[in-house]
Design a protein around this ligand. Sequence first.
Ligand code: MF3
Ligand code: CO
Ligand code: CO
Length: 251
Amino acid sequence: MAIVIHGASELEALRRAGRVASETLAAVTARVRAGVSTSEIDAWVREDTAARGARPSQLGYRGFPAAVCTSRNHVVCHGIPSSHEVLQDGDIVNVDVTSELHGFHGDTSVTVCVGTPSKEARHVVDMARRALEVGIAAVRPGARLGDVGAAIESFVRREGCGVVRDYGGHGIGRRMHMPPHVAHHGPGGVGPRLRVGMAFTIEPMITIGEPAVEVLADGWTVVTVDGSPTAQFEHTVAVVEGGCEVLTRPP
Ligand code: MF3
Ligand code: CO
Ligand code: CO
């Protein structure tokens, strides 16, 4: 399927949806601390999203039962909020917010440190944050989509970490998930040429060791096979004249 080229008015709609998602993510993560359950985070996302006139895109998506993904410690992504999962000092938790506003979607996540996690966990969080920025830096008109994954993979490898290969970023617009698939690994100089008006997410999932993952019996929760902590950051970006516009920069 072809990659949608967004025009000026669609880009403006994507900006608004991205801003809403980033504002909700900032408001919710500011409240995360030890003693909070991940289902409380889900309730906050529902309230805050509604207050901004938007809808949580993830709720009911392919049957996903919550408004937000909360992925703690060795959970790579797609963690389902639960009242039984209470955050503790030393946890790391990814909060992934996707908001639909006036028919367009914005998708963004951060990994939050609760209290003082282990040195290892803080390192993987730092690596994931930097890996996202390295990916963003590769986006400009005329570059190839593979350049994004290549930049991320070479950065992560140089630092001795792993990058998950089973999941990637995605085109975004009038649907949350659209072509293209955005790999966070692989060779540069290949794949579609980036053109002004393309919009997609970059959302590298970084591991300390081998990036082997498996899906739990609930059909959603993705975990590292070795149980080691893993972290992810995500932005929605658009290819614009001269470079890249991040549509979900925090307020
Ligand atoms: N926001 C997630 C992403 O980054 C979407 C997860 S799909 C869900 O692509 F159904 F788990 F919500
Ligand atoms: Co995404
Ligand atoms: Co997301």
